[in-house]
Design a protein around this ligand. Structure first.
Ligand code: UGA
Length: 436
């Protein structure tokens, strides 16, 4: 099939690379000239394991190219994917201007039947809005071109995006057209052979299903974080509780890691988005609102632990291990580390930071901290060391060396990667989350 993917951000690039790898001819479109130039050389503008290689291979094999000219390539495509950004305002309302512009450009360009597919996470009703915008643009041109709009939300995780896109748990396709269902089934045939279930539904259901999945996972995290907080009061161990819960296969073991709270470009945005949309529809979404509140408090609770260990933080040196919102990505959007740094700077502490891959991005937006070369340089002369992201390289630190380097051997572990008993034996004053 011939595919055009509008937007070469996270979802757009992974989608382009994977569809090209399935043997389709794919053109990725982006308005950023420099990005397109770099992409055509196979250079990915962010850290995502395996993506560079996939893009390079598919460019080399002639199945993948990038352009800034949507109008030129859209008519050569059978399917047009909209994968542009959908930034959210703090109240949860979503800025659809990029989606709307993409739809307008499509309506201004197409001269034959197209299937327009949204992969970006968009509020319920967006497919109808896209349909209206394309139809209006066609009417303006006095063109009678047929098209269908499909909702096909993406469920990939940053850091595991290529695997998730090629081994998804399910594919959701929102369309009421039987012919479009067949085309979408054909597109995903390589996955169907892996036994990937496909759920066909209407557009609104597909759009809402994406929010429901993310909000449910975020709620699961906030739930275990609340149990962790109770563990700290009554002397229970949250890791054992999560393990005990996980053997009940109605619950499952995933997303029950207590910690400093969730971050990233999806859960915070989508939970707020769902609460906002349900409110606008006249329904108060109480559970998700509570999950958001628990998450916001979780990072504050972590900050209070630093104060309870050190007293005043003024002129104390605090080391931070991990800036990205989770391992295997350089993404620092809504990363808990940023909230902790804000707090420490407000309290006039001296902050040292290290992250295995997010340093370059962090240097652009995080000011007034010392960027270190590794965990050991970070720990040197610190009154406390905070573990904020569970990168593998932080799981096997030379702890005796860390202890010697620190001014005071205080470790506050926001991801529970160490064993409290062993840390005590090694001479640390160690606090995790919910490790009663
Ligand atoms: C999430 C979803 O997992 C994807 O399915 C979805 O496609 C994506 O959002 C999206 O909407 O695009 P992502 O944000 O990349 O993916 O990362 P996750 O692995 O889900 O982690 C989110 C946050 O939850 C991280 O800050 C992580 O540290 C935290 N988390 C996760 C916990 O605190 N505890 C857990 O048990 C699991």
């Amino acid at each position: 099939m011939k595919i055009c993917v509008v937007g070469s951000g996270y979802v757009g690039l992974v989608t382009s690379a994977c569809f090209a790898d399935f043997g389709n001819t794919v053109v990725g479109v982006d308005i950023d000239r420099e990005k397109v130039k770099q992409l055509n050389k196979g250079k990915v503008p962010f850290h995502e394991p395996g993506l560079d290689e996939l893009i390079k291979n598919n460019i080399k094999d002639g199945r993948l190219t990038f352009t800034t000219n949507l109008k030129k390539v859209v008519n050569d495509s059978d399917l047009v994917f909209i994968c542009v950004g959908t930034p959210t305002h703090r109240n949860g309302s979503i800025d659809l201007s990029y989606v709307e512009r993409a739809a307008r450009n499509i309506g201004e360009s197409i001269d034959g039947y197209k299937i327009v597919v949204t992969k970006s996470t968009v509020p319920v009703g967006t497919s109808k809005r896209i349909t209206g915008i394309i139809a209006a643009a066609l009417k303006k041109r006095r063109e009678k071109v047929k098209f269908d709009v499909v909702s096909n939300p993406e469920f990939l995780r940053e850091g595991a995006a290529v695997f998730d896109a090629t081994h998804p748990n399910r594919i959701i396709v929102g369309t009421e057209s039987t012919a479009v269902r067949q085309v979408m089934s054909e597109l995903y045939r390589p996955l169907y052979l892996l036994g990937t279930p496909m759920v066909f539904t209407n557009c609104q259901t597909a759009e809402l299903a994406k929010y429901a999945a993310n909000a449910f996972l975020a709620t699961k995290i906030s739930f275990i974080n609340e149990i962790a907080n109770m563990c700290e009061i009554v002397g229970a161990e949250v890791k054992d509780i999560a393990k005990a819960m996980s053997y009940d296969n109605r619950i499952g073991g995933k997303f029950l890691h207590a910690g400093i709270g969730y971050g990233g470009s999806c859960f915070p945005k989508d939970t707020r988005g769902l609460v906002y949309q349900s409110g606008a529809a006249g329904y108060e979404m109480k559970i998700v609102a509570a999950a958001i509140k628990v998450n916001e408090e979780q990072v504050k609770r972590f900050c209070r632990k630093i104060v309870s260990q050190l007293g005043t933080l003024k002129n104390k040196t605090i080391g931070i291990l991990g800036l990205s919102f989770k391992p295997n990505t350089d993404d620092i959007r809504e990363a808990p580390a940023l909230a902790v740094i804000d707090f420490l700077q407000h309290e006039k502490a001296l902050v040292k930071v290290f992250d295995p891959v997010a340093m370059a991005l962090a240097r652009r937006s995080v000011k007034g901290v010392t960027f270190c070369r590794d965990a050991y340089q970070t720990a040197k002369d610190c009154d406390a060391l905070l573990i904020i992201t569970e990168w593998n390289e932080f799981r096997n630190l030379d702890l005796a060396r860390i202890n010697k380097l620190m001014k005071k051997p205080v470790i506050i572990d926001g991801r529970n990667i160490y064993n409290p008993g062993e840390m005590k034996k090694l001479g640390f004053i160690y606090t995790g989350v919910g490790r009663g």
